[in-house]
Design a protein around this ligand. Sequence first.
Ligand code: PLP
Length: 370
Amino acid sequence: MSRETRAVVSVSALRHNLAVARQAAGGARVMAVVKGNGYGHGLLRVAYALRGADAFAVTCLEEAIPLREAGLAHPIVLLEGPYEPSEVQLASRYRLDVVVHSEWQISVLENVRLPRPVNVWLKVDSGMHRLGLPAEDVRSAYQRLVAANSVAPHVRMMTHLAEADDLGSGVTEEQIACFDAVTDGLRGERSIANSAGLLGWPATRAGWVRPGIMLYGATPFDHADPPHAPLRPAMTLSTRINAIYTHRAGDAIGYGGTWVCPEDMPVAVAAIGYGDGYPRHAPSGTPVLVNGSRAQLIGRVSMDMITIDLRHVPAPVEIGDPVTLWGEGLPAEEVAGHAGTIAYELFCTVTQRVRFQEERDAHGTYPDPV
Ligand SMILES: *Cc1c(COP(=O)(O)O)cnc(C)c1O
């Protein structure tokens, strides 16, 4: 038996989630965020599945150029703009939209000669205090960009939300008010919403929405009662049982002996660990599925293995039986909650060792775009 540790990415789930985003967006256009290697699902795989989107957003040239070279003609937005002056040349050559968040980027665009002008999204800091021009500098920055020869007409404006996943926070409304005030009267399309904005804050839809995590089937909300969105998990991470033992009451399981058997009991070993990206911090009690039934991880996560309490799994359980770590039947958000992280990080940290497979429709072909 080979090591069957795999991540199955469902093309139909990605497409379904894009349709959910489009529905929630009303008439707004949808910029699918595929940064971070498509949130760990595979950049080209995801972009091709989501080619019904109106645009793609990525972090850097290394993510943008492969999309162009794969033949995707969509607008592609570099969310952090050029990292150094020379990158605007490549942005122009590959027809990439750049985010402008800093004074130095404006001066570069004022002084550079480009094969063709680039589309610019002016990034406004409306309260997140990470990337973006301070509110008081936005109007003059906008005017300078409009006047720059290397900037294409129709400068656009965007901002990013810091607390949209918390529906009880007043920060999102403050950010909307700030962004509206700062951009009032300026011509150009606008974009505010990430997934949480799109699903939880209708006032953030504006002209373009920028969903990321929801396209992969995870909710951005971490509290009990999120707005309902019928998302489907795009990634199912699974492996198989490679050993089963009966341990005695008092036996300590794994490194550090952090879990001690309270009675004589069956324990399975499954072929996945932090070397595959399964979080080492997942504690005893973290749910897994064995043959589709819920069971609990016990003891420490090793590099290549985990140990599972089989007491409550319907018999028979045999070597080679499937174990699901997250995805279909077990939301990544729930596993993330146990491990003290978020689904975003679980997806991004699945390693190269895991075999990625695509699940297409029953005929093994790509359906038509959304
Ligand atoms: C990552 C990112 C998004 C998408 O956020 P999600 O929470 O995954 O929906 C949107 N906008 C910007 C600027 C981002 O960096």
